[in-house]
Design a protein around this ligand. Structure first.
Ligand code: HEM
Length: 184
């Protein structure tokens, strides 16, 4: 049986829209944003409030060029994760968070000079991952590139077997921490 010619482009479009990156920025652009934040970490301030079910973070900058990057980064990373995508596939916390991204609720609110992010979960083990990830972001804000290059160990009291097999690093990413800061 022959299918109408219109079906092929429709199927291609649909599979792209449903892919982890979908119509959002391609992953390379997301990584460029992440690296821009790390390289300019001295221009960023951040506070983290640990909640019973997650975190509320306030991250700000007085740099007008960096502000839009800071405001779109959490939204775009959150969308990537919610679509089943991942970055830093070699990093235990980022990989484990990706395996449980369906249990994370993230609300992002712009403020005048930055962004307030509330990230929560009903699953207490996922709460530990959210808090470990937020601490890692604070470490990157504080120390910049060296913090970015180090893996983030799972919390000591993490009570779940790591879902490493369920969520392998994409082929485009190295399996171990790169020596250079660029880790696509
Ligand atoms: C100084 C550098 C960075 C800043 C200021 C920053 C800022 C943020 C903020 C505000 C959030 C929302 C969650 C939270 O506040 O804890 C976030 C989420 C995220 N960031 Fe960054 N980030 C930085 C570097 C990076 C790098 C280098 C990567 C990876 C290459 C990355 C990947 C992610 C991911 C995957 C999420 C979403 C996690 C989830 O869905 O739960 N960030 N980042």
């Amino acid at each position: 049986m022959r299918y109408p010619a219109i079906l092929l482009p429709l199927v291609v479009l649909l599979s792209f829209a449903l892919s982890p990156e979908g119509f959002a920025q391609p992953k390379r652009a997301l990584m460029q944003d992440a690296h821009a934040l790390v390289f300019d970490h001295t221009k960023i301030s951040r506070t983290v409030e640990n909640l019973d079910n997650g975190v509320r973070t306030t991250t700000t900058t007085s740099d007008a060029d960096l502000l839009p990057v800071l405001q779109r980064h959490p939204r775009e990373m959150g969308t990537l994760y919610q679509r089943g995508g991942m970055v830093r596939g070699w990093d235990p916390v980022f990989r484990e968070l990706a395996a449980h991204s369906d249990k994370v609720d993230m609300a992002v609110e712009d403020i005048e000079n930055g962004v307030v992010v509330t990230s929560t979960s009903e699953d207490p083990e996922v709460v530990k991952l959210i808090q470990a990830h937020a601490a890692k972001v604070s470490d990157m804000v504080q120390r910049g590139v060296p913090a970015m290059q180090e893996p983030t160990p799972l919390p000591e009291d993490y009570g779940r077997e790591a879902a490493t097999g369920a969520c392998p690093a994409p082929a485009s990413e190295p399996a171990v921490a790169p020596e250079a800061p660029v880790d696509e």
